[in-house]
Structures are given as C-alpha cells and as structure tokens.
Design a protein around this ligand. Structure first.
Ligand code: SF4
Length: 267
C-alpha cells in the first residue's frame, strides 16, 4: 500500500515537472479523464511504431538535447546529395515545446529560397488550417522530413530519407509533442514505412516513434482539390479533440453548415 502510494506521488511529480517545462498545462489531471485509448487506430503491421512508446511521464533530463544543438549538429550538412544542390537548409520553426508538430515531405522552391518551412501558397493554407484550430503558427512546430529541396520538387529518395530522418527524430525528442500531423501522402508513407494510400491512412491516429500521428492531405493538394478540405477538417477535428481544444460551435459542427466552400472549418 505504502509502495503504491509512493509510486503515485513519484508519477505525479514527474508529470508536474514535465508540465512546467511544457508551459504549465496540467496534463496529469487531463490524463486521469482522457487516456486517448479507444481513438487510436488498430494499426496494420506495416504502420506500427518501430520503437516502444516513449514514456511521456519521464521527467525532462537536464542537458537533454535542444533544437539549437541539433541544428548545430547538422551544420553545413552534406550527408546526402541534396546538400550540394540546396540554397538554404530548412531546419524547421515554431514553438520548441509545441504540443502539435506538422511534418511535410521536403522544402519547395519558396522554402529553399527563404530557409523557412511552408512559406509558399501551400504554407499560407497551412497557416489558415492552424488558425481554424484556434492556434497560431508560432504555437506549433513546422518542419519536413528532408531539410533540403529535392530538384524539381521530386519525391524524396529512400537514401535521402534515411540520411535526414534521424535529425527529425531528434527534433521530436527535443520538442516532445503530444501529436504529429503528417502532411500528405509522401510524408505519411515515408514516416510510417508503408505503401498504404493516404485515403486509407488518414482519419485515424497512427504511431510514429511512440507518438500519435495523424496523416492528412498536403495543403498543396488542397489547392488543386479544394473539395478535400472537408476531409482535412475532419482529421483536424480529431486532433483538436485529442488535444482538448475547443471545437467550433456551428451547424453540423462545421462553419457554414455545408455551404459551398465550407464544411471545412473555414479553411
Ligand atoms: S536533406 Fe538532410 S541529410 Fe540530406 S543534405 Fe540536407 S540536411 Fe543533410
């Protein structure tokens, strides 16, 4: 009995320390009422996490790697051939303690020029999606699997993903988000190591490195296919629910109640 009590006190202390580091959110209280169990997808074998789930109750260790240290470790990276072709390396930006991280496949032309992720038209749409969630861009963290632009915006090659992904994993370990949103088929499939189509993957949580990952359509796809905004809004609402964010109160739960261009959270 005494041992169990001590274990409970230790657990609550660990959660409190973690919440302080992450901005004061009392997750140990939330966790008591919402474990998230039941909303997790039953994962097909090919999308199961390659690691055992990370213990989110573990206290942040002093000296744990920072995003700045990871950027320094990348340096003038030439670990894959894309390093020789880039103008600027796009590391990622946003809240270093974000609860939500958006991950795309690779920088495009605008990002390569500016050295920032998601700054072109697709990036502007991503910003609208974030704002439709009641958040701001600097509340979340945005990055890509690859930090350098593939020529002609072609899909990342497997050896390029293999060279760059370890830095993404280190970024996630530093940020410790609650949820990841993989933007687009290429990013989702590269992270989950699956050939399953995005139509099958999206709409339910998958697992990546012990974190909950929601695949959804890429904003660039939405620019070409605005009708898919409705599905993205469905995915976003699942994320919002899991993060205990306030859902908008509209007819049918959707702004505009299904009017043209709506039913998609106003995005
Ligand atoms: S894509 Fe990644 S691994 Fe390749 S050169 Fe750029 S930073 Fe290095």
């Amino acid at each position: 009995m005494r041992e169990a009590f001590q274990e409970l006190v230790h657990h609550l202390h660990a959660r409190l320390r973690e919440d302080r580091v992450r901005g004061g959110r009392l997750s140990y209280l939330v966790a008591a009422g919402d474990s998230g169990a039941g909303r997790e997808a039953a994962l097909p074998p090919e999308t199961a996490s390659r690691k055992t789930p990370r213990d989110r109750t573990a206290p942040v260790r002093a000296g744990e790697e920072t995003l700045e240290a990871i950027r320094q470790a990348l340096g003038d990276c030439q670990r894959c051939p894309l390093g020789a072709k880039r103008r600027r390396l796009v590391f990622g930006e946003g809240n270093p303690h974000a609860e939500l991280v958006f991950i795309g496949e690779a920088p495009g032309a605008d990002e390569d020029l500016q050295g920032r992720p998601f700054v072109g038209r697709a990036g502007q749409l991503l910003t609208k999606i974030i704002e439709a969630m009641g958040l701001k861009r600097d509340n979340v963290y945005i990055c890509n699997i690859l930090k350098c632009r593939p020529p002609g915006n072609r899909n990342p090659a497997p050896d390029e993903v293999a060279a760059c992904e370890p830095f993404l994993i280190r970024q996630l370990e530093a940020i410790r988000p609650r949820i990841i949103c993989a933007l687009g088929s290429v990013a989702a499939r590269a992270l989950l190591k699956t050939e399953a189509p995005i139509t099958v993957l999206r709409g339910r949580f998958q697992s990546y490195q012990g974190l909950r990952l929601m695949p959804t359509y890429h904003p660039a796809y939405l620019l070409r296919n605005p009708a898919a905004k409705k599905q993205v809004w469905e995915d976003v609402r699942i994320i919002m629910k899991a993060m205990d964010l306030k859902l908008p109160e509209h007819k049918n739960g959707l702004p505009g109640g299904g009017a043209p261009g709506h039913g998609a959270g106003g995005i």
